[in-house]
Design a protein around this ligand. Structure first.
Ligand code: UDP
Length: 245
């Protein structure tokens, strides 16, 4: 969350710094199976974010002591490229990427039918090529499509969005300036059919009313984003049927 700034985030007419209304999403585009060597992959462009998700498995978990005799383990690695942000990011894992990898692994574990694959592991790589706020949610949303594209059985899609508070107003899908200088940032991911919450984190503070308003906006947005996930998968299958792949 931001420090004091002179930057004006809400315009006189109530629109936001990038011209959106309070409940308007940035443009989202998902393309499936963009990598030949992964079992499943997806490229998401969400506003200024460009993120690749690659999935491998299920395969025998290695090293062996990590195996679970009852279920597959989901190992996620979130990485931000050095060139993905304004100020060059030092390459390699840091506290933030370790935390995001953990919460994304847990969210996907809830959706994947891990009990069908004892002693196995599913590897999920999330590579942020260009970052513009909301990368954990965009990465997770893409990873869920990549898991489905890999043919790994899932209970539901995982789909997410953020909302937050900017100059006292609750808004959907924060952009970089809003994330940096706003008063609160609430990333949430749910299972598409059951609505079960699988990721929720918050920076800053919200009243209970504001929290309810934010989560209602997020739930409405996840329906739209889930349709984009489904369309990305069907487009790929339609293309491979035509091409006889
Ligand atoms: N960011 C950055 N450098 C970093 C980490 C983050 O410039 O080392 C930017 C990046 O645009 C990111 C945003 O800050 O998307 C918000 O980061 P946050 O930790 O809130 O996670 P995110 O919103 O991406 O899930």
């Amino acid at each position: 969350m931001g420090t004091e700034s002179d930057i004006k985030l809400i315009n006189e007419d109530g629109t936001r710094i990038d011209g959106r209304t309070a409940e308007e999403l940035r443009p989202i585009k998902i393309e499936t199976n963009v990598l030949n060597r992964a079992d499943g992959s997806a490229l998401i462009e969400w506003g200024g974010n460009k993120i690749l998700a690659a999935v491998y498995g299920p395969r025998e978990a290695y090293p062996k002591h990590t195996q679970d005799i009852n279920r597959a383990i989901v190992k996620c690695k979130y990485n931000m490229a050095a060139f993905s942000v304004d100020e060059r990011k030092r390459p390699g894992p840091d506290r933030r990427s370790i935390e995001i990898s953990k919460v994304v692994s847990e969210a996907l574990t809830a959706a994947i039918m891990v009990e069908k694959f004892p002693r196995a592991q599913v590897d999920v790589f999330i590579e942020v090529l260009q970052a513009d706020a909301g990368t954990r949610i965009a990465g997770l949303t893409a990873a869920s499509v990549a898991v489905a594209a890999a043919g790994i059985p899932m209970r539901d899609f995982v789909v997410g969005c953020t909302a937050g508070k900017v100059e006292g107003k609750i808004v959907l899908d924060l952009c970089k300036e809003e994330d940096n200088f706003g008063e609160a940032d609430l990333p949430v991911a749910v299972m598409s059919n059951s609505g079960k919450v699988v990721l929720m984190q918050m920076d800053g503070s919200l009243s209970l009313d504001e929290f309810n308003q934010a989560t209602e906006m997020i739930v409405r947005a996840t329906k739209v984003i889930n349709q984009i996930q489904r369309d990305a998968l069907s487009a790929k299958y339609a293309a491979s049927m035509e091409g006889g792949e």
